[in-house]
Design a protein around this ligand. Structure first.
Ligand SMILES: Nc1nc2c(ncn2[C@@H]2O[C@H](COP(=O)(O)OP(=O)(O)O)[C@@H](O)[C@H]2O)c(=O)[nH]1
Ligand SMILES: [Mg+2]
Length: 674
């Protein structure tokens, strides 16, 4: 076991669903390591994590909180992560640089499903992790019920490391299954007690289960078990560390962060079993370099500037070092809100590097600069929710674009783009709270207030029958007049054809040089047709026309084109077209029928559903859904799936919309007045 040998700094991310107690676990770990004197609580808003106003106001972590600490001589960086799926990108960023993840969960089997996406992520990315069943003081279920439910959503085998001790119906201690010592919880750590007789049999059975679980990965241990030989504690410890490092098994611990229960045990497991950074470096397959620094998170801090949070995988860095053309200006260790300026950082450390203006999250630096052709960026969550935003003051537009660009650099799951169809600026992200937090940061950090509303739907219109329209633009006002005369054949096209303009003019009735002007007029008109929307799926052919030797001009022919379209289109039976998207909805199988009902209620059409590839216990529903029904889909989908259902979408086609719904869209004010 690593005793007093000094090891490179390690790092653990504390992950898990919203409200499971991650911020409290970090607080308890920091208190146990002596980093802070008194355990803060989330309720009193005095924890090391959750320091931003956005976090405190919402009683939830909305960003990463880092804390550097020392436990029994070893250096650590703990990272508290947001639990809400809406802030998952930060969690993924943290998981891209840590040696281990501590998954915190509720002591309730009914809530195990909520861990499914996270465990899937850890399992498929081979990130070593352990599970800490928290709030054990409030548990009304047995630990084995919770354990079984967790096993159902984990691809890796779980191995229970402790059995709970119950006294008067409450869990108030545990037996460690390796050392076989019993402990009673106390506010200042647990005290060893004699193992009560009532638990001996259960302890022996649980220990046997643990050993059998480990023996699946070790022939020597298997042989020992088959021959009824008792392996030594030392051998079991070693096997555990190895299996965890290799991400073969997932140890399960129990405790209660708010009272410090089981926290020393958690620390010791981390200390003994968490892989060393060099093992993680191999897992992540970094190339060999003297210095290797991975930036995983970027933050723009008022009065300080850009900070790049980075893990040092190899070598040391000093303040002022050049990494190729990038100069490190300022090095800080972080404890929640406090930054500690340091002159150098070593292998394994996580630090905030100042003023690396050209470096972005996900990039890796070596002594020669950015590592090219190798991508360590985590995948970006596809956006599922958007708002149309506009500054309250016109003069704030420049500030808005600076602010948005920085927010999107800090959080790649947030994006913005203008919609050419509706002329709106859309902010895209992971949900209502995600966007509200972004808007609150815009106001607080960039001093821009914006108005946000539900985005418009990009309705279009077309025609159901064709016509030939004639228009003459003529103006005589002294000097040069204006003269243009056109005959346009306007015909509907099949869905998805777009817009076609042709000319069949012969003999120069409309001079060649003016034909583009007619086309320009037609295009200008179809931006907003008789119903008020862009006209699509039509073919316009310039059949014939007249010109005047002196008065004809591009301007005159453009105006004639507009006039002919205006007169022609109103007699062509205009029809409203609604955009339809194809959705892939990922949903845990117990909720699949709810998901299908949700689509049907929203005028959707289910195309099919199947088991989701590579996801145990999940389905994927493919469906078509009108865009008008999509804006708050994620909210309802999450509310029906313990917060974990999600979807991706892609524009599919336009379809004619008729009846009352169409009427309400074409005449919104009259519909509202009814
Ligand atoms: N009874 C009890 N409550 C806890 C425990 N740990 C956390 N809590 C409470 O659970 C709530 C959520 O905790 P928090 O740490 O913010 O969870 P997070 O969202 O995962 O960071 C808070 O009200 C905590 O006080 C615990 O061990 N026992
Ligand atoms: Mg939290």
């Amino acid at each position: 076991m690593p005793g007093s040998v000094s090891v490179a700094a390690r790092s653990a991310a504390i992950v898990g669903p919203y409200l499971s107690g991650k911020t409290s676990v970090m607080e308890a770990l920091l208190c146990a390591s002596g980093e802070i004197q008194r355990r803060g609580t989330v309720k009193e808003k005095n924890t090391v994590g959750d320091t931003s106003p956005e976090s405190r106001d919402r009683h939830m972590s909305v960003e990463l909180s880092l804390a550097r600490t020392k436990y029994l001589g070893d250096n650590w960086t703990l990272i508290d992560t947001p639990g809400s799926v809406e802030f998952h990108q930060d969690t993924v960023a943290a998981l891209s640089v840590v040696d281990i993840a501590v998954v915190v969960c509720e002591p309730n089997p009914e809530k195990a499903l909520a861990l499914s996406p996270l465990l899937h992520f850890l399992d498929t990315n081979d990130i070593p992790h352990l599970i800490f069943i928290n709030k054990i003081d409030t548990s009304t279920h047995t630990v084995s019920e919770v354990f079984d439910a967790l096993q159902d959503v984990s691809e890796r085998p779980l191995i229970l490391r402790q059995v709970p001790l119950r006294e008067e119906g409450k869990i108030n201690g545990y037996v460690d299954l390796i050392s076989e010592k019993a402990y009673r919880y106390g506010e200042d750590g647990s005290n060893v007690i004699e193992m009560p007789d009532v638990i001996k049999q259960r302890e022996a059975d649980a220990r046997q289960d643990m050993l059998e679980g480990l023996a699946d990965f070790d022939d020597v241990l298997l042989e020992q078990l088959l021959e009824d030989e008792a392996p030594s504690s030392e051998e079991i410890y070693q096997q555990f560390s190895k299996d965890l490092s290799d991400d073969l098994v997932v140890p399960v611990l129990i405790g209660g962060a708010e009272h410090g229960y089981g926290i020393n045990r958690l620390w010791k497991t981390l200390r003994h079993d968490c892989p060393q950074p060099e093992i993680t470096r191999e897992r992540l397959a970094f190339p060999d370099h003297k210095q290797l620094i991975q930036v995983f998170k970027t933050q723009f801090v008022p009065h300080i500037g850009k900070l790049s949070y980075a893990r040092i995988w190899r070598g040391e860095i000093h303040d002022g070092d050049h990494l190729g053309e990038h100069r490190v200006s300022g090095l800080n260790f972080i404890l929640g809100q406090k930054n500690e300026k340091v002159r150098e950082v070593c292998e394994g450390d996580i630090a905030a590097l100042g003023r690396m203006e050209e470096v972005r999250s996900g990039q890796v630096l070596t002594q020669d600069g950015l590592l090219k052709d190798q991508d360590f960026c985590p995948d970006i969550e596809p956006p599922v929710y958007s708002l149309s935003i506009e500054t309250l003051k016109h003069e704030d537009e420049v500030k808005l674009s600076t602010g948005l660009a920085r927010l999107a650099e800090e959080d790649p799951s947030l994006s913005f783009k203008s919609n050419p169809d509706t002329h709106e600026l859309l902010l895209w992200g992971q949900g209502e709270i995600h966007l509200k937090v972004a808007l609150s940061k815009l106001e607080r950090q960039y001093n821009v207030s914006v108005k946000a509303r539900r985005p418009k739907v990009a309705y279009k219109e077309t025609i159901l029958k064709g016509t030939v329209a004639h228009a003459r633009h003529k103006k005589q006002s002294g000097g040069h007049g204006e003269f243009g005369d056109v005959h346009l054949n306007i015909q509907p096209l099949s869905r998805g054809s777009g817009f076609i303009f042709e000319s069949s003019v012969t003999g120069g009735s409309v001079p060649k040089k003016h034909i583009p002007a007619v086309q320009a007029g037609v295009k200008e008109y179809i931006v907003s047709g008789p119903l008020g929307f862009q006209v699509v799926d039509i073919a316009v052919t310039l059949l014939d026309g007249q010109h005047h030797a002196v008065d004809s001009s591009d301007l005159a022919f453009r105006k004639a084109g507009i006039m002919a379209m205006k007169e022609g289109l109103s007699s062509c039976r205009p029809a409203l077209l609604e955009p339809i998207y194809e959705l892939k909805i990922s949903i845990p199988s117990p909720f699949t029928s709810n998901g299908q009902a949700l689509i049907s209620r929203r005028r959707g059409q289910i195309l099919g559903f199947d088991a989701k590839d590579g996801w145990k216990g999940w389905d994927e529903i493919t469906a078509l859904l009108p865009q008008a029904e999509m804006s708050d889909l994620i909210i309802e989908l999450r509310s029906q799936t313990q917060g974990i259902g999600t979807f991706s979408s892609e524009f599919s086609h336009l379809v004619e919309l008729t009846g009352k719904l169409a009427n309400e869209i074409i005449h919104p004010s009259s519909a509202a007045a009814e």
